[in-house]
Design a protein around this ligand. Structure first.
Ligand code: WT7
Length: 645
């Protein structure tokens, strides 16, 4: 990177680093889009101002990129706001737009999914082959009595079968509820019960760093306490021995045996729910974020085209897991709706070799790599020579998501993976938003550590608690000021939680729970959460959930947890526990508690330390003041809570 392209800005970005502002030359990237007629976005400011002039017209245009069985009669219905409804009267189907639409077109013989696991087993499925696999599952599920509106839990690794299962649910109009396979039996059980899922999809097991992970036994433990579950469908994946109960369990291979490879796609109303995806909230009970068949794909497909500037021959690799929204939108639905090839890697990207991720990029000729800051920092810590020995000529766009990317990691990604010529697209969004919301387009001048500006059609801003704009450079709350098609519709079975969490904090706007600032050029710098949420390796985990896991142990009377900075994972957990009478706070108990929490929540709960204390700082009403705990831990002035995120 030349000195000329670097400008210093006196701003503190993520990780407290001084933000080096990189104004990339507009010439870095030449947009060239085939799939859509209008998607060559050469001038992003113009695209944004045009969309802002008439957002409904803009989104209506975007919706026309999908296949509709019946056209809508109204674009947006605000009559029951904030329960917004989009594309009223329209009928479509999420799975149809991902798979069936490509049948009998030249795309049907194109590779839809390429997968690989740690042992090197590689598989490929064309669009036509995916359609057949999905249809067999659809017919199998129908045989089990699955109907439109039913809920189906999916607890599987990042393998093609998880995509088949999700697509089959969507095709029938049953809601899938994917639970990340790094969650424990208790967490899975809570999610299955909240949605009253009828069926659970799982696999015998998976691989992680050479170790066989058993998934089926986790599901067995969970479903013991899930009265709604009628059947457990098990995919053979790593061929390990697992308990099998013929009364309840069915091998996926047996379910699909002799099933027809054709199936009918349910015509879904635009506002019919497509899936529920649980995410942590401020209480210990996770929230089921509901997305729908009509609006969700509109947002996802438009971002595929404009942010990812998707071309017919793209090989898209999003390194997330299908258990998170990133995986839903950018491993499965987005790339398939765009008719390109998506990659699913079952394992960690630094295994079997430390530079496995870069070898994969070369081997599969990946054109777009979409990953997370935690992975970038982990790769950075392994040394520059690992990526430097890979040319990766196929790459043209790099993405980042999940947490603020600190400028140091941004620049490393840009220089060592982007070879200083590929744009780094830092995309801000959430489970609730469905698709990328604040992000550069490939032609946008970039600043390291900034997600730049709202996507065309999205009105985001930084406001104070009273809903007033704050001056450039001052911190405030990130809000979305008007509805967008791929927004959360409600919290499953808890509409009052939807209202309270997102619409009651600041009047009239969607409250994201994030804080940040805009610089003088209107660029957004998102710095973290305002609420009691942890971001561990980019995964959202509520402090309340972790605390409730601690107090479920017989030794713990009270507990407060905070996130403490970690160079690779962004944040890890530190817990402060008050013990019940008769328990001794020694190292043995510490280890036992760590294990207990890991068992209750799952390996996502990465714990740094447990401290035993006599008291916890509390408000008069008895709420634990985690900010004070954090200030003490980090050696910050106690009064200056504004500095605490
Ligand atoms: C939270 C959403 C949908 C992405 C995967 C995580 C943080 C996400 C960024 C970014 C700064 C980011 C926010 C957001 N976040 N992307 N580019 N810059 N922060 O989804 O679990 O719903 O978490 O992740 O805090 O609110 P999620």
């Amino acid at each position: 990177m030349t000195k000329k392209t670097l400008k210093k800005a006196k701003k503190v970005g993520a990780g407290g680093e001084l933000t080096d502002v990189l104004l990339a030359s507009k010439k870095i990237y030449k947009p060239a889009v085939k799939i859509t007629k209008e998607a060559v976005v050469k001038d992003w400011e113009k695209a944004r101002s045009e969309a802002d002039k008439d957002p409904l017209k803009y989104w209506e245009e975007a919706a026309k990129d999908l296949v509709w069985f019946k056209p809508w009669t109204q674009v947006l219905d605000k009559s029951q706001k904030p329960f917004y409804k989009w594309f009223i009267g329209g009928q479509t189907n999420l799975a149809y737009n991902a798979i069936d639409r490509w049948l009998n077109t030249p795309c049907e013989d194109k590779i839809a999914i390429m997968s690989e696991d740690e042992t090197g087993r590689a598989r490929k499925f064309t669009y036509k082959e995916v359609a057949r696999e999905v249809n067999k599952i659809v017919n199998g599920l129908k045989g089990l009595g699955v109907k439109k509106g039913d809920r189906i839990a999916i607890y599987m690794p990042n393998i093609p079968e998880i995509a088949f299962a999700m697509l089959a649910c969507a095709k029938i109009g049953a809601m899938h509820s994917v639970v990340y396979a790094g969650y424990s039996a208790t967490a899975l059980q809570d999610r299955i019960n909240d949605a009253s899922a009828k069926i659970v999809f799982t696999a015998d097991g998976s691989w992680r760093r050479g170790k066989a992970i058993n998934l089926k036994t986790v599901v067995d433990e969970a479903v013991k306490n899930c009265p709604s579950v009628e059947k457990v469908i098990v995919a053979k994946n790593n061929n390990q021995e697992v308990p099998f109960n013929p009364a309840k369990d069915i091998w996926l291979a047996d379910l699909v045996k002799d099933q027809s490879t054709e199936s009918q796609c349910a015509a879904m109303d635009a506002e019919d729910p497509a899936f529920v995806l649980y995410t942590s909230g401020t209480t210990s009970k996770p929230k089921g974020v509901v997305h729908v068949h009509g609006g969700y794909p509109v947002g996802v497909l438009r971002t595929m085209k404009w942010i990812w500037d998707i071309k017919d021959n793209d090989i898209f690799w999003c390194t997330a897991d299908p258990g998170w929204i990133t995986g839903h939108s950018y491993i499965i639905y987005g790339p398939l709706m765009a008719g390109v090839t998506t990659i699913m890697y079952e394992g960690t990207p630094d295994f079997p070799e430390q530079d496995h991720i870069w070898s994969m990029v070369e081997k599969y000729k990946v054109t777009i790599l979409y990953t997370a800051p935690t992975l970038i920092r982990a790769m950075m810590s392994l040394g520059d020579d690992l990526p430097d020995k890979h040319e990766m000529p196929s790459l043209r766009l790099l993405g980042s998501v999940g947490e603020p990317i600190n400028p140091k990691a941004w620049k490393w990604y840009y220089e060592h993976i982007g070879k200083s010529k590929r744009p780094v697209l830092d995309t801000w969004w959430q489970t609730e938003t469905g698709c990328n919301m604040i992000s550069p387009l490939p032609v946008t001048p970039l600043k390291a550590g900034s997600a730049t500006k709202p996507f065309p059609g999205i009105q985001a801003d930084i406001l104070d608690m009273k809903g007033k704009k704050v001056p450039a450079g001052s911190g405030g709350y990130l809000v979305i000021k008007s509805p967008w098609p791929s927004m959360i519709r409600t919290v499953f079975n808890a509409p009052e939680r939807y209202l309270k969490t997102y619409w009651h904090e600041i009047k009239g706007v969607f409250f994201t729970g994030d804080i940040g600032f805009k610089d003088k050029d209107g660029y957004f710098f998102i710095q973290g959460r305002t609420d009691d949420m942890l971001k561990i390796a980019g995964h959202r985990l509520g402090t309340a959930e972790v605390e409730s896991a601690f107090v479920s142990h017989p030794a713990v009377a009270e507990c407060g947890v905070i996130g403490v900075p970690d160079e690779i994972k962004g944040e890890v957990i530190k817990a402060f526990c008050i013990l019940k009478k008769g328990f001794v706070g020694d190292d043995k108990l510490k280890d036992e508690l760590k294990l207990h929490v890991r068992h209750t929540i799952g390996p996502v709960a990465v714990m740094k330390d447990v401290a035993f204390v006599d008291s916890l700082p509390k408000t008069r009403s008895g709420k634990i003041m985690r900010r004070i705990l954090k200030a003490k831990e980090l050696g910050l002035p106690l009064g200056d809570t504004s500095a605490l995120i």
